[in-house]
Design a binder for this molecule. Structure first.
Ligand code: SF4
Length: 61
């Protein structure tokens, strides 16, 4: 299962990733954090990657 990684400098805090994968991402102080890197089996982390407006999320094996 790939693990999501956030480019904090690029993140704009829009909340899209949290809306798609609330078990994986949480936006705190306008920056997304990965609260559960193993949680991509609960949602579509690839959709979060594809939906991030600034391309700040990558999936690492
Ligand atoms: S979708 Fe991208 S820009 Fe928006 S909060 Fe998540 S990581 Fe940040």
């Amino acid at each position: 299962m790939p693990t999501p990684v956030i480019d904090i400098a690029a993140c704009e805090g829009c909340g899209t990733c949290e809306a798609l994968c609330p078990d994986v991402f949480e936006v705190v102080d306008e920056k997304a954090t990965v609260i559960n890197p193993d949680g991509c089996d609960t949602c579509d982390c690839q959709e979060a990657v594809d939906s991030c407006p600034v391309g700040a999320i990558t999936l690492e094996d």
